[in-house]
Design a protein around this ligand. Structure first.
Ligand code: SF4
Length: 369
């Protein structure tokens, strides 16, 4: 692969780090499984062929860090219904084609639009505010998908109190540290020896939020940036901690991430939202991993204003291995539908929809294992 050659030959630093990784890995003397939490890290690893640079005994495992992949399918069912009833549903582009809980048409907001439903793709919550302000005769419902990185975009305007009355938020937010705790407690078969923690999320919640991985589970953790060299350094630091027998948390992404994160954003999030147990698609209910509006912001809450019910519905699609892929228990290549019935142009399962989904990343960047 020419890209790998370029990376290896042109970058003396990368070459040195790869050599050190090989040295440390041979000292470990067993298989080491490192989970990269974030979909963007998975993109860097797959796009630049970083797996092919790893020694035989170092495995890089894609983790649950794709918010679209884990958003409940029955949320989509509800929004599809609202769009067909005349509510104007606003969605980010990466949730537009997210399939609902069944194979029944219309399966996604994209399909709902084709069926005559009102659906508009927005770049951000500010666009939603502008649209609702300009069209007072309509009721807008914003599909608020994302991790802690996107939560402040609705939390800050809510707290400032400058939202138009006809703009409702459908909160689908999920919190990231609880899913790693869940994975380590409930899925020991994933055999995680180290974690590359997400850089973007950590810029909001702070690197200290990941300390529990080392302190409670003895799993070395590195908060890393998204350049190939960031990822290589994270792998090296994890191997060094394993060899030293001293699991800890290291912040490699010092150019962006602070120990406490973005204090203002965190304050707005906790004023606007209350942490609750929440369902992750195909996986189950994870304690303290979701968010609902606090009482004073219920006037903008889609559930309250429209009398909706949040009832868990089985949303695992027949044959789709997304839950296993998300938890690091399978790769897209283990799914018989990968690049057959499920492709980026016609996604069948949720991990093929977003650019952060492991299946989509593997489909668009030939994986070099
Ligand atoms: Fe699901 Fe498609 Fe991935 Fe298979 S290839 S696990 S069906 S998203």
């Amino acid at each position: 692969d020419a890209r790998i050659k370029l990376l290896y030959e042109r970058s003396a630093s990368s070459k040195k780090v790869v050599e050190s990784i090989r040295e440390e890995a041979s000292r470990v003397g067993r298989e080491v499984r490192i989970m990269n939490f974030c979909g963007t890290h998975e993109w860097t690893i797959t796009h630049y062929g970083i797996r092919s640079l790893m020694p035989e005994n170092v495995k890089l495992i894609a983790g649950p860090g794709c918010p679209v992949c884990i958003t409940p399918g029955y949320y989509v069912d509800t929004l599809v219904k609202l769009a067909l009833e005349g509510y104007h549903v606003l969605t980010y582009g990466d949730s537009f084609r997210l399939p609902g809980s069944s194979l029944k048409q219309p399966r996604s907001l994209y399909d709902a639009k084709a069926y005559g439903g009102k659906v508009t793709v927005v770049y951000g919550f500010n666009d939603a505010i502008e649209l609702a302000s300009r069209n007072k005769g309509e009721t807008f419902v914003f599909f608020a998908v994302g991790f802690e990185t996107t939560m402040p975009s609705t939390a800050v305007p809510l707290v400032r109190g400058n939202l138009p009355e006809n703009l409702l938020i459908f909160p689908a937010y999920r919190l990231t540290p609880p899913v790693m705790r869940f994975l380590l407690e409930k899925h020991p078969e994933a055999r995680i020896d180290g974690v590359i923690a997400p850089g973007h999320v950590s810029s909001v919640i702070g690197w200290r939020s990941w300390s529990f991985l080392a302190e409670e589970f003895g799993v070395p953790t590195v908060v890393a940036g998204f350049e190939p060299l960031d990822v290589l350094l994270a792998v090296l630091l994890i191997l060094k901690m394993i060899n030293a027998g001293k699991p800890s948390i290291v912040n490699e992404y010092t150019r962006v991430v602070k120990p406490e994160g973005n204090v203002g954003a965190k304050e707005a999030m906790s004023r606007a939202y209350k942490v609750v147990d929440a369902y992750w698609r195909g996986i189950g209910v994870i304690p303290s991993s979701g968010a609902v509006h606090r009482e004073e912001f219920k006037k903008h809450d889609a559930y309250t204003r429209l009398g909706l019910e949040d009832r868990v519905v089985d949303d695992k699609l027949p044959g789709c291995k997304c839950p296993e892929v998300t938890l690091g228990l399978a790769t897209p290549l283990d799914c018989p539908l990968f690049m057959k019935a499920c492709k980026p142009s016609n996604p069948y399962g949720p991990c093929m929809v977003s650019v952060e989904g492991t299946c989509r990343i593997w489909a668009e960047n030939v994986p070099v294992i």
